[in-house]
Design a binder for this molecule. Structure first.
Ligand code: CO
Length: 672
């Protein structure tokens, strides 16, 4: 039967005369990891995966991606969920389909290279908890960073998928660094390491269809291992690239279920199934079964997440990716950071500075964590440099990169930038050329010591070792030593309905409803909340009576009403509808110490130059400090910034502690 004949089939005849394809395209589903990571800031909860898990297990996917990337970080930090538990739970519902995870090689699921003992333990525990396929990549494509984890993957009898991060310096594949030869050589290197499959990891959606064709053809000719294409939709090219890659003989393609597809995520599976129906590369998937999964997701799951979808633009394609060749997620991070710092008007300077910084730092690929490293340094340069001095505020991660702690860059780092970054660097001012982890001391013994009495097993210790600040906080929640905050609790469908109702009433003007039914007398439980709907602002009174709070009044406020009373305006809109809501705003207020307290201490304040989380204070009250000495380490956008003392003297006041979130301008400490 020819392809042409197949086109004539109607949907009803879909299964009739559908021959088994000679060489079906294998599909990995990314819904449960990259899908919600790309669209919903990795906020997907395990309880929202369970309703579709068994159905997804029946599709016939080559693998389902369930873990890795940002899940480990986000789950313990924002969802109060144990990441290890997710693999074990999902495994109970998905017994047939292999699980795949994204492993950042020696970076594991974090943002720096970890010591060998921790890397080995992590892979062993991931395998023991149920991981089958380790999609392994290194942000610099420096495969020396694979040397520790790969033998462990193999010793555990698991599938080692080696990645080549796809990146460019030109509008299309080619140029001096990232040309076809580069990718072929990398594939051969991976084959030599025993890769069970090789993945072209196009995290930014940069691969153009004809380049995808050329690269897949070349790799198929050069190596024996199956070739896998991971290409984000961001730029809009990926469905075309998928098809050209399939024509070139690619073995495995990555897709998502429709509700988790497109935008910065991946192409949807359903159009691919129909595209290949009846051809020699037919997936063999039942599209009605896929539709049934989508129905459950749309009805029972998506309502809880739609508020996280970035719908600031109607367009689902990011043209900037085509213009700037940078990952979409990275650009949105930059925009967010600039917005938080009231500097969104400087975005064009950021676009200009970004390729300069990347070149200075050795023309590295832009993928986690290098995309953050280059991105944050770029923002720092734009905001803090002047005409006399570049690289005024260098992040610790850039210093590490310049030292060689991430590995070998594609081209050498600019010697001047490197010298400046390494001035006074703790490990030494002379960069290393060996495999980075060779200079790292074992980490597990110290981690075990740190969480003695708190961690119950090795999984707990590993979590802490990778995320010391938030990991410790999570372990306290997990073992009931600290009450988790409201913000980490799951949203229910009832809450979503209540929120939608509230917004609807607000838009319609609830005063009308008030007239039809006499409002009950206000009780002492009455709390008032500010609700922001777009530019409109309402004051809502909520009266808690037993279990169910009653909205007792709602009043539209003038549009110019200042939002000043809110310490964190962004956190405010969510508060009013959660039933035990009164606690939420109160906690927010407690978290930020009153400004008056800091004002009462005389001395030079150190305000936070950017919003972020306190990692640690290098000094204590009463300590002497020199001007320029590091006093606080502040994590912003996953990067750590060592903040220097603005003056010499004695630490008079320290206003926060490790793990606290701060806004731009919050006084971190006072020096007198
Ligand atoms: Co991805």
């Amino acid at each position: 039967m020819s392809d042409h004949d197949q086109v004539k089939m109607t949907a009803m005849e879909y299964d009739k005369d559908r021959p088994k394809a000679e060489n079906p395209v294998l599909v990995e589903d990314l819904t449960l990891r990259d899908g919600h990571q790309s669209l919903f800031a990795t906020r997907g909860r395990t309880e929202d995966m369970i309703p579709v898990a068994e159905m997804m297990d029946e599709v016939g996917f080559w693998a389902v991606e369930t873990w890795g990337g940002a899940t480990f970080d986000t789950m313990h930090r924002f969802l109060n969920e144990d990441p290890w538990e997710r693999i074990r739970t999902l495994k109970r519902y998905m017994k047939k389909t292999p699980f795949s995870m994204l492993l950042r090689a020696q970076n594991l699921v974090g943002y720096r290279n970890y010591a060998d003992d921790l890397a080995k333990a992590f892979v062993e525990r991931a395998a023991a908890n149920g991981m089958d396929i380790f999609r392994t990549f290194d942000a610099l494509n420096d495969y020396r960073n694979f040397e520790t984890v790969v033998p462990v993957i193999q010793a555990c009898g698991k599938h080692f998928q080696g990645c080549i991060c796809y990146t460019m310096t030109e509008p299309r594949m080619g140029g001096e660094v990232y040309n076809l030869d580069y990718y072929v050589q990398k594939a051969k290197d991976l084959e030599a390491m025993g890769a069970d499959s090789i993945c072209i990891k196009d995290m930014a959606g940069l691969i153009a269809p004809y380049d995808a064709y050329a690269i897949v053809k070349a790799l198929k000719a050069a190596v024996k291992a199956p070739i896998h294409l991971h290409s984000h939709f961001t730029s809009g090219m990926s469905p075309m690239s998928h098809l050209k890659a399939i024509e070139a003989g690619v073995d495995i393609i990555d897709t998502c279920m429709t509700p988790y597809a497109y935008r910065t995520s991946h192409a949807a599976i359903e159009p691919l199934v129909m595209t290949l129906l009846g051809t020699s590369r037919d997936t063999g998937f039942d599209i009605r079964h896929l539709a049934a999964i989508n129905e459950v997701l749309e009805r029972d799951v998506m309502p809880k997440y739609k508020h996280l979808l970035d719908d600031s633009k109607v367009s689902i394609i990011d043209i900037n990716v085509l213009l700037h060749q940078t990952p979409g997620g990275m650009l949105s991070n930059l925009v967010n950071q600039l917005r938080q710092m009231d500097a969104l008007d400087r975005i064009d300077e950021v676009y200009k500075e970004l390729p300069r910084v990347r070149k200075d730092l050795g023309q590295i690929p832009l993928v986690t964590p290098t995309s953050q490293i280059v991105g944050i340094q770029t923002v720092n340069n734009v905001l803090f440099d002047d005409e006399n001095e570049r690289y005024k505020m260098i992040t610790d991660q850039v210093k590490d990169l310049c030292y060689g702690l991430y590995g070998k860059t594609a081209v050498p780092i600019d010697p001047e930038v490197q010298k400046k970054a390494l001035k006074g660097y703790a490990r030494g001012e002379e960069p290393i050329t060996c495999r980075p982890a060779e200079v790292l001391e074992p980490e597990l013994p110290q981690a075990e010591e740190d969480v003695k009495g708190l961690a119950v097993d090795l999984d707990d210790t590993i979590l802490y070792a990778i995320y010391p600040v938030t990991g410790k906080k999570f372990l306290k929640w997990k073992y009931g030593k600290e009450e988790p905050p409201e913000a980490v609790k799951p949203k229910t469908l009832d809450q979503v309905k209540a929120e939608d109702e509230l917004v609807k009433k607000a838009r319609a003007g609830l005063l009308v409803e008030k007239k039809t039914q006499a409002a009950p007398a206000k009780s002492e439980n009455l709390r008032t909340f500010n609700v922001f709907v777009g530019d409109e602002f309402y004051e809502v009174g909520v009266d808690a009576q037993g279990e169910s709070p009653v909205i007792s009044y709602m009043q539209q406020m003038p549009a110019q009403m200042p939002q000043a009373p809110m310490a964190r305006p962004a956190a405010a809109p969510a508060a009013p509808v959660a039933p035990p809501a009164p606690a939420a705003p109160a906690k927010e207020a407690e978290a930020a110490p009153p400004q008056a307290e800091t004002a009462s201490v005389d001395g030079t304040p150190l305000p936070a130059p950017m919003p972020g989380m306190i990692v640690s204070y290098a000094k204590q009250v009463g300590d002497a400090v020199d001007e320029g000495e590091t006093v606080v380490v502040l994590e912003a956008m996953k990067m750590e910034n060592a903040l220097p003392s603005p003056t010499g003297g004695t630490i008079k006041a320290i206003n926060y502690s490790s793990g606290d979130s701060v806004a731009k301008g919050d006084v971190l400490l006072v020096i007198g």
